[in-house]
Design a binder for this molecule. Structure first.
Ligand code: IMP
Length: 192
């Protein structure tokens, strides 16, 4: 079975991806290939960061590899926080601070449209590919729910009444931006 490295040590992401791809590929984490580096993510786009991470692993460890990067893109904020979603309230700040800043920036705004967007970059047999997954929705004026992470308590996906933080992880993982991008990756790999 071919080994593909997923450039992450996030166990939730690994589990999600192994569920989708695990039957046909051995998915190895960074830890499993002995990579303990803090891989740079200095690009100014999601695509750039995903490619940067995948190239780093390929160059330094030699494995075919894929990497992901995700951002919350809010229409009334011109696409912010986008690639800066993890550090919207500043370096070292947590999800609470990020959500507080987001709700403050949106105060009084009637357009609450937003989307989560994930880009997966794949380096395979000397070629680079990217796959995108999007889930559209709206930003509430206050938090609801305790599950999930990041901006989940303020994001309601289109066609649903609950926030991501009020849904079970199974349901969220079925419709999420990351699942959609990884499903495209899986379709591509299975067609080869
Ligand atoms: P990453 O590229 O997956 O590390 O995501 C970057 C940032 O986007 C995270 O630190 C979160 O703030 C946010 N984010 C990514 N995915 C989700 C999600 O599924 N729900 C809520 N926030 C997310």
């Amino acid at each position: 079975m071919k080994t593909l490295v997923f450039a992450t040590n996030n166990l939730h992401k690994l589990e999600e991806v192994r569920d989708i791809l695990g039957g046909s590929f051995r998915i190895a984490s960074l830890k499993e290939i002995g990579c303990i580096d803090d891989i740079p993510e200095t690009a100014d786009t999601l695509e750039g960061n995903a490619l940067q991470k995948a190239r780093y692993v390929k160059d330094k460890f030699g494995y075919d590899c894929f990497a992901d990067d995700t951002g919350l893109e809010v229409e009334a904020l011109g696409g912010a926080p986008g690639v800066f979603s993890a550090r919207y309230a500043g370096l070292g700040h947590d999800s609470e601070a990020n959500m507080r800043k987001l709700l403050k920036e949106l105060e009084g705004k009637t357009n609450r449209q937003a989307q989560f967007r994930t880009v997966v970059a794949l380096l395979l047999e000397g070629r680079e590919y990217t796959f995108e997954g999007i889930v559209c929705g709206t930003i509430l004026t206050e938090r609801r729910g305790t599950a999930g992470f990041g901006y989940d308590p303020v994001f309601v996906p289109e066609g649903y009444a609950e926030t991501f933080a009020e849904m079970g992880s199974e349901e969220k993982n079925r419709i999420s931006h990351r699942a959609r991008a990884v499903q495209k990756l899986a379709d591509f790999l299975h067609k080869r």
